[in-house]
Design a protein around this ligand. Structure first.
Ligand code: A2P
Length: 345
């Protein structure tokens, strides 16, 4: 069986990756619709050697579609996801619009694949930093529950979209020519700089990105008990995020045991060469499916603490790949079925 698929946000950083992944992973596509804003109408993108025209979004665009892969921002998903569900499609949404909705499963296939079975038409793809962290940390948590996580992120420009990636290159070129960098997409110059993540701040002083890591990880792990704090920072890297993770357990966790577990955990690639001080780097994670993990060590400040470092391709496992893996899960389990009634409109 094959499926009629639409990509909402097809011209974006994640959208173009979705297109490539559907092709290279041989997803059973019967028909593919590319949807974006009015700005992109007339553009074409290549899928399996064929040039497909980009269309603008409207109600009719979701007729005769089985699966929508949405990556066009929260407000676009708010506007169109329920329309697509009403028309009989299942939506895998990359935005934050529905992630904390109790009617919407939030799925990382390596962690909570069974959650997908309860979908009512929309399945949410988690935040990119959260996906990367949960893939690396879940195998340890499964064995011995984590009490507390302290995460520090080093997030690439790709998280802010294709235009932000282009802007960093332009800024770098300007600086190298002795000119002042211009920031239009990003809030501040990012080339040769970094800044705390610029999502809105709450009263406690945490930005939205940090609270996504807290709340989404709890939802994915199925526990509110785990204490989590995060500091998210944008760095001048093009497309792979890095994270320093401090884990606290009830009892000491031997780093060698953690290493052994992570060396055969799904979606994880252990990369540690202590002799040459070679550990995961964003340029090595770029274009790869796995989350690279290394520098696993005992926290010298806490007997039950463990430190690790990870890098993962933000566009791939942090977004597009996770979405396609969810779609594959739905196909395998025969869950790509229209919702009986739309609970989202
Ligand atoms: P467009 O290229 O026409 O602006 P990125 O995250 O890389 O910035 O990509 C965002 C994606 O979402 C792009 O494909 C963009 O299309 C699309 N998009 C943005 N706003 C809308 C909208 N209002 N309706 C449909 N697609 C949108």
């Amino acid at each position: 069986k094959s499926y009629r698929v639409a990509i909402l946000g097809a011209t974006g950083a994640v959208g173009t990756e979705l297109l490539e992944l559907l092709d290279c992973r041989n997803f059973p596509v019967a028909d593919l619709k590319l949807l974006a804003s009015e700005r992109s109408v007339g553009r074409s993108l290549c899928f399996k050697g064929e040039n497909l025209l980009v269309e603008s979004v409207n109600v009719r665009a979701f007729e005769n579609v089985d699966l929508v892969l949405a990556s066009a921002g929260g407000s676009t998903s708010q506007e169109w996801a329920s329309v697509a569900v009403e028309k009989g499609a299942v939506v895998i949404d990359n935005s934050s619009a529905f992630r904390m909705n109790p009617e919407v499963p939030l799925v990382v296939p390596e962690v909570n694949p069974l959650a997908a079975a309860n979908h009512k038409g929309i399945i949410a793809n988690p935040n990119c930093t959260t996906i990367l962290m949960t893939v690396a940390v879940w195998p340890l948590h499964k064995l011995r529950p984590i009490q507390r996580i302290v995460a520090s992120t080093y997030q690439s420009a790709s998280g802010a979209g294709a235009k932000a990636m282009a802007e960093v290159k332009t800024q770098a070129a300007a600086i190298l020519q002795g000119q002042s960098p211009v920031a239009e997409v990003l809030p501040y110059p990012l080339a040769f700089n970094l800044f705390p993540h610029n999502s809105p701040l709450n009263d406690a002083g945490y930005c939205e990105e940090e609270m996504k890591m807290v709340n989404e990880t709890r939802k994915i792990f199925g526990t509110q008990q785990i204490r989590i704090t995060a500091t998210c920072v944008r760095v001048p890297v093009l497309r792979a995020h890095s994270e320093a993770i401090n884990l606290e357990f009830e009892e000491p966790f031997d780093p060698d045991e953690a290493r052994e577990i992570l060396s055969h955990s799904p979606g994880v690639k252990l990369l540690e060469d202590w002799g040459t001080n070679h550990f995961p780097m964003p340029i090595e994670a770029t274009g790869r499916d796995e989350v690279l993990v290394g520098r696993i060590r005992q926290d010298i400040s806490h007997p039950c603490g463990l430190e690790l470092w990870l890098c993962g391709d933000q566009i791939r496992k942090g977004a597009a790949l996770n979405a396609v893996q969810i779609a594959e899960l739905l196909v395998e389990q025969n869950l790509l079925q229209p919702a009986t009634a739309c609970v989202f409109s």
